[in-house]
Design a protein around this ligand. Structure first.
Ligand SMILES: [Fe+2]
Ligand SMILES: [Fe+2]
Length: 224
């Protein structure tokens, strides 16, 4: 009997996946970054697969986007610098162990290796584009670890101010939209743009790769 295709559940159950995500989050905690653990992996995974699915791609591509999203930040277990590339290489071992076919391994690692624009990442494939959008959309209060607001840096402030964030796609109008609710008592919308401008540029590029326009709604006001 032919073996069934490996799934996101197999990835989540693999001991290396868990160890790498938890190790990444521990290092980034030491370095003062926001939460990058199972929560972030799950949200990026769900949002990337939602984008691919809503745009009408086939179910296996949806599954591969879900997998790439879940694994996208595991390279932080090695070092923050170059984490997209180290993450792609670490993912190979897990994917080979789970008997993924070579072409699927290639699709997944292209996306992981291209998810970070500061490390030269570009939307080089549909999955890569979806991961970029899903990753950048995960801005939320719950990611801030620093409990002392007085010592918040701009990243803490902007994340803490976001009480709601979601990303969605509409196949008919060909629009991918980011919807945010920002508590302006914590951070002004301008401050949000100050640190997110480069991220929004890569989001727009990723949306264009998926033949869509990119829109941002902040507090129900369309900003882009
Ligand atoms: Fe990353
Ligand atoms: Fe990420």
């Amino acid at each position: 009997m032919q073996k069934l295709q490996s799934t996101i559940e197999d990835i989540k159950k693999h001991p290396l996946t868990n160890a790498y995500i938890k190790g990444s989050d521990k290092s980034l905690d030491v370095l003062g970054y926001t939460e990058h653990g199972i929560r972030h992996a799950t949200i990026v995974s769900q949002n990337a697969s939602k984008i691919i699915s809503k745009l009408g791609y086939d179910s296996r591509l949806v599954e591969l986007a879900e997998i790439a999203g879940y694994l996208h930040d595991i390279g932080n277990v090695v070092n923050r610098k170059g984490h997209s590339i180290s993450g792609a290489l670490l993912a190979v071992e897990i994917l080979k162990d789970l008997k993924f076919p070579e072409n699927e391994i290639a699709s997944i690692i292209r996306a992981i290796g291209n998810h970070d624009e500061e490390e030269g990442g570009e939307p080089v494939s549909n999955i890569a584009a979806a991961i970029i959008l899903a990753d950048k959309a995960d801005i939320h209060r719950s990611r801030v670890r620093n409990s002392n607001m007085i010592t918040f840096d701009i990243h803490d402030r902007v994340n803490y101010a976001a009480t709601y964030s979601s990303v969605d796609a509409d196949a008919d109008s060909k629009i991918i939209f980011l919807n945010l609710t920002i508590d302006t008592q914590v951070s002004q919308i301008m401050e949000y743009f100050e640190i997110f401008l480069s991220r929004m540029m890569i989001c727009r590029k990723a949306a264009v790769f998926l033949n869509c326009k990119f829109e941002i709604l902040v507090n129900d006001i369309r900003l882009l």
